[in-house]
Design a protein around this ligand. Structure first.
Ligand SMILES: Nc1nc2c(c(=O)[nH]1)N[C@H]1C(S)=C(S)[C@@H](COP(=O)(O)OP(=O)(O)OC[C@H]3O[C@@H](n4cnc5c(N)ncnc54)[C@H](O)[C@@H]3O)O[C@H]1N2
Ligand code: MOO
Ligand SMILES: [Mg+2]
Length: 414
């Protein structure tokens, strides 16, 4: 079967994914719960930032003109008219020859246009000696200089991080319009699979993919619907797939997509009227990847290969971008590979783009990558644990030498 190159498969999957609707798929969440959510509408504020001219320093509000010639030898002496702690509204106007005491964050009084920091002054019984001429408007944070009321504050489609939460709080946005979490149905196919609580019989293994994929879906901001294990029995599998498609925005199955006698997923998808634009991709691990669309539902179906590493590599490489688009994110769907200095030689077959897992570390001169010790078999989930990067050996290349630069996909945020 022809294998599609990874970049082509990624582009095609992104083309097939329809993002959630900003109106129909929107919900309001209290600000403290908005971290990591995707904004469903542009936010603006009726407030200017700063809301009023205020001081950036503890010092004195002056009229710049008054203190132009000030030096340590020839200070300008001003009369203090008022003290303005932060949070208090100035009561007086600063006239020529006058100054007001203020502090970081205090409102600037009318008449004053400049702040002299207290280190450049000497206060003496109701007067202040200005020892240094300031620049005009020094240490004044001007009203509206950071943001003008009514301008766009945060764009729709942005993922909310800590800084965004700060901005929304400052703008008194208590309820935040976000996209609902995309629903991702998870099905594990395989008669050998049991749940993690079931005592293992001979030939059986735990359905680790379901737990891993549920974790990665949650980490990516989705809502996993764990539909459990389906044996390799066509009628049961057909019913499970048909039902999953009615419940979710995206259906992820694992297993049953290669060419063995018990691999039924592709046949069932075709029987259900599905179109399968992808059936194999040129990546290792992860070759037998199936992508299907069905006429009667907007849900996309992605059949991941069953091997535990293959399933996760396909998630990171193809599903995570799809989820980013589906969830309403306006940009940044594609995986962001970083260049890293390779610590040991990496070897590959050359037929498929090969992903090797290991430790990505940030150093002073950029990233470095260390291959995980042990087998890089797609069945070996053991040494995949505690890794945080997938190094890529391109098609046609059989080795990347030590000390050479390798592209690595960081796995931190899925
Ligand atoms: N003759 C060929 N055989 C295989 C080929 C091939 O091209 N020709 N491709 C191999 C590759 S590459 C992969 S990847 C796998 C993909 O297999 P399937 O997607 O059909 O998956 P299964 O056969 O159902 O299972 C494969 C393997 O993974 C284990 N598995 C399945 N589900 C889970 C789960 N939920 N949790 C943990 N482990 C799971 C399963 O027991 C098998 O060991 O096919 C190769 N074969
Ligand atoms: O693609 Mo398979 O995942 O090489 O084992
Ligand atoms: Mg199989």
């Amino acid at each position: 079967m022809a294998m599609m190159p990874a970049t082509e498969a990624e582009a095609l999957i992104l083309q097939l994914v329809q993002p959630l609707d900003p109106l129909q798929d929107r919900e309001q969440v209290p600000l403290p719960q908005a971290l990591g959510r995707v904004l469903a509408a542009e936010i603006s504020s009726h407030l200017d930032f700063p809301h009023w001219d205020n001081s950036a320093m503890d010092g004195y509000a002056v009229r710049c003109q008054d203190v132009q010639g000030a030096t340590t030898e020839a200070p300008v002496v001003l009369t203090l008219i008022e003290e303005i702690p932060a949070g208090q509204v100035p009561q007086q106007t600063v006239h020529p020859g006058q100054a007001a005491r203020l502090f970081t964050g205090s409102m600037l009084p009318a008449g004053a246009d400049t702040v002299v920091m207290q280190e450049h002054t000497q206060a003496q019984s109701g007067r202040v000696h200005i020892l240094q001429a300031p620049q005009p408007q020094a240490f004044v944070r001007q009203r509206g200089s950071y943001y003008r009321a009514g301008d766009p504050l945060l764009p729709a489609g942005g993922v909310l991080g800590g800084a965004d939460i700060a901005v929304l709080a400052a703008a008194q946005c208590a309820q935040v319009p976000v996209y609902r979490r995309p629903r991702v149905a998870l099905l594990s196919t395989g008669s050998e699979l049991v749940s993690l609580e079931t005592p293992l019989g001979p030939g059986q293994i735990v359905d680790s993919n379901q737990y891993a994929l549920a974790a990665l879906v949650s980490q990516a901001g989705g809502e996993p619907l764990c539909l459990g294990i389906v044996p390799d029995d066509p009628p049961q599998l057909r019913a499970a797939i048909a039902s999953a498609l009615t419940q979710a925005d995206l259906v992820l199955s694992s297993g049953g997509v290669s060419g063995g006698d018990y691999d039924h997923v592709d046949t069932i998808l075709k029987d259900l009227g599905g179109t399968l634009p992808i059936r194999a991709v040129a990546v290792k691990p992860g070759k037998p990847l199936t992508v299907a669309t069905l006429a009667h539902t907007p849900s996309l179906y992605i059949g991941l290969p069953g091997n535990p590493v293959s399933a996760l590599v396909c998630f990171w490489r193809f599903v995570a971008p799809a989820l980013r688009k589906l969830s309403g994110q306006a940009r940044g769907w594609s995986p962001a590979f970083v260049p890293a200095t390779n610590e040991q030689p990496l070897r590959a077959g050359g037929q498929r783009e090969t992903y090797l897992w290991g430790q990505l570390r940030a150093g002073q001169d950029g990233y470095s990558f260390r291959l995980a010790a042990g087998s890089h078999s797609s069945g070996n989930l053991i040494n995949l644990a505690q890794t945080n990067g997938l190094a890529v050996v391109p098609i046609g290349q059989r080795q990347i030498a030590a000390a050479a630069i390798v592209r690595v996909l960081p796995l931190g945020g899925a």
